[in-house]
Write a protein that binds this ligand. Structure first.
Ligand code: SF4
Length: 194
């Protein structure tokens, strides 16, 4: 498909972005489910949304089918707005390109999520996890992969919405992967690899 026929997705609230390519095995350096999923117990979404813990099995196991990851950090003053528009753009990408995606934060597609009423997920093919919901230590990923330190202050805060695009093992040649990466960056309206 020609680039001009595709739509650039506008990411609401974005101030700037940082994007890095890394291996999925490098991401697993920051996989600390006991610690991270422990933090999740204090969140109101815990046990209320299918994309959030607690899980019955190993929800991160599917990541082993992927070898590379484009990690995306979007600086925003409006985390909820950015989370949703970035999430919708990433879900659309996963439907048109041979990639899987991890969104920022929890799944937001239904209100309320069907989990709270004990029903199955209403959109299982669109439901995506986030790095943190799978047990990855996101602040360590920001510091060590994105080279961004999270700033904690009360006045006029700037948030970092983190997400990822995952490339399947042996799915594409390196040239095709490069072209696909360029196309994804263009489609998300991101400047390029940092
Ligand atoms: S798609 Fe809907 S039902 Fe499924 S996890 Fe997301 S909010 Fe819940």
């Amino acid at each position: 498909m020609c680039k001009m026929e595709e739509k650039v997705e506008k990411i609401e609230g974005m101030i700037s972005s940082v994007v890095k390519l890394t291996s999925v095995s490098a991401l697993f350096t920051y996989y600390k489910p006991e610690e991270v999923l422990g933090y999740c117990k204090g969140c109101p979404n815990h046990g209320q949304i299918w994309s959030c813990p607690p899980y019955e099995g190993d929800e991160a196991a599917f990541l082993k089918d992927y070898d590379e990851a484009m990690v995306i950090g979007i600086r925003t003053k409006s985390f909820e707005q950015t989370k949703e528009s970035l999430g919708r753009a990433l879900i659309a990408l996963s439907e048109s390109y041979p990639v899987e995606v991890l969104i920022a934060g929890n799944c937001f597609l239904c209100a309320p999520c069907t989990k709270a009423s004990g029903k199955p997920c209403a959109h299982p093919s669109k439901m995506k996890y986030s790095l943190e919901s799978l047990g990855f230590h996101v602040s360590d990923i920001c510091e060590n992969i994105l080279d961004v330190s999270l700033e904690w202050h009360d006045h006029d805060p700037i948030y970092l919405a983190t997400a990822a695009v995952l490339y399947k093992k042996n799915g594409l040649s390196s040239e095709d992967k490069e072209r696909l990466t360029e196309r994804i960056l263009w489609r998300l309206g991101l400047e390029g690899l940092s």
